[in-house]
Design a protein. Structure first.
Length: 222
C-alpha cells in the first residue's frame, strides 16, 4: 500500500509544471529610456497629418516617408534644443507640410520604429509615436540658425544641400520643431514589453548619460 501511495505521489509531482522564473516586463521608466535611445539612433521616420477641410480627402489621415523631404528628425540634445521637441527641415512643396500648415494648431504625429531584422517577428520591434504640433521657424536668429545647422548636419550630413536659407539650396525649406504633447510606445510583445503612453515629463527627465551610449546593438537585438 505504501508503495502504491509513493508511486501516486511521484506521478502527481511529475504532472505539476516545473517552476520557472517570472518573466520581467519592461517598465514605463525603461520604455522612456529606450524611447530616448531610439530617437537618438534612428533619425528618420514617418510624419502623419490630416487632409484639411475643403480638400478632396478632407478628414483623412496621410502619412509618408518622402524621398525628397526625407521627413528628417533628430533628438534635441545640446544645440538642437530641449528633449520635449523634435527638429525638422520642412519643405513647403511636400504634401505633409501643406496639410500641417492648413491645420489651425499645426497638428502632426511623428513615428519611428526599430529596424526589421530577418528572422525576427516585426511585431517584436519597438515603435513610438510622438504626438504634438509643429512650429515653423521661417527666420530664426543667426546664432540659433547656426546651432540648428551644426546639430542637424551632425546627424544628417547630406542635409547641407537643403538647409533653410541656403542661397544654392535644392529646395525651399524652413526649420520646424514638433512640440511633443503625448508619446505612445509599443515595445514589442505585451507580455514582456511595455505598451502604452509614456508621460512626456518622464521622457524629458531621462538624463542624457542615463539614456546610455549608442544603443544600435539593443535596437537591432530581439
Amino acid at each position: 500500500m505504501r508503495v502504491l501511495v509513493s508511486l501516486a505521489l511521484l506521478g502527481l509531482a511529475a504532472a505539476l509544471p516545473a517552476h520557472t522564473a517570472p518573466v520581467l516586463r519592461e517598465t514605463v521608466q525603461e520604455a522612456a529610456r529606450h524611447a530616448r535611445q531610439m530617437v537618438r539612433e534612428i533619425t528618420t521616420g514617418t510624419i502623419a497629418s490630416v487632409f484639411p477641410d475643403g480638400s478632396a480627402n478632407a478628414g483623412r489621415p496621410f502619412a509618408l516617408m518622402d524621398v525628397i523631404s526625407y521627413v528628417l528628425a533628430v533628438p534635441n540634445y545640446a544645440s538642437c534644443g530641449d528633449a520635449s521637441t523634435l527638429t525638422f527641415i520642412s519643405f513647403p512643396i511636400s504634401l505633409s507640410a501643406h496639410n500641417i500648415r492648413a491645420s489651425p494648431a499645426h497638428h502632426a504625429t511623428y513615428t519611428v520604429q526599430m529596424p526589421v531584422v530577418r528572422g525576427v517577428s516585426e511585431f517584436s520591434r519597438a515603435r513610438i509615436a510622438f504626438i504634438g504640433n509643429l512650429t515653423f521657424l521661417p527666420d530664426p536668429a543667426q546664432a540659433e540658425r547656426a546651432q540648428l545647422e551644426t546639430c542637424f548636419t551632425a546627424h544628417h550630413p547630406d542635409a547641407q544641400y537643403w538647409l533653410p536659407g541656403a542661397p544654392d539650396g535644392a529646395h525651399t525649406s524652413v526649420w520646424a520643431q514638433l512640440a511633443i504633447d503625448d508619446i505612445y510606445y509599443v515595445g514589442g510583445f505585451g507580455d514582456t514589453k511595455y505598451v502604452g503612453h509614456i508621460p512626456v515629463e518622464l521622457y524629458v527627465a531621462i538624463d542624457e548619460l542615463d539614456a546610455g551610449p549608442s544603443q544600435m546593438a539593443w535596437i537591432r537585438a530581439d
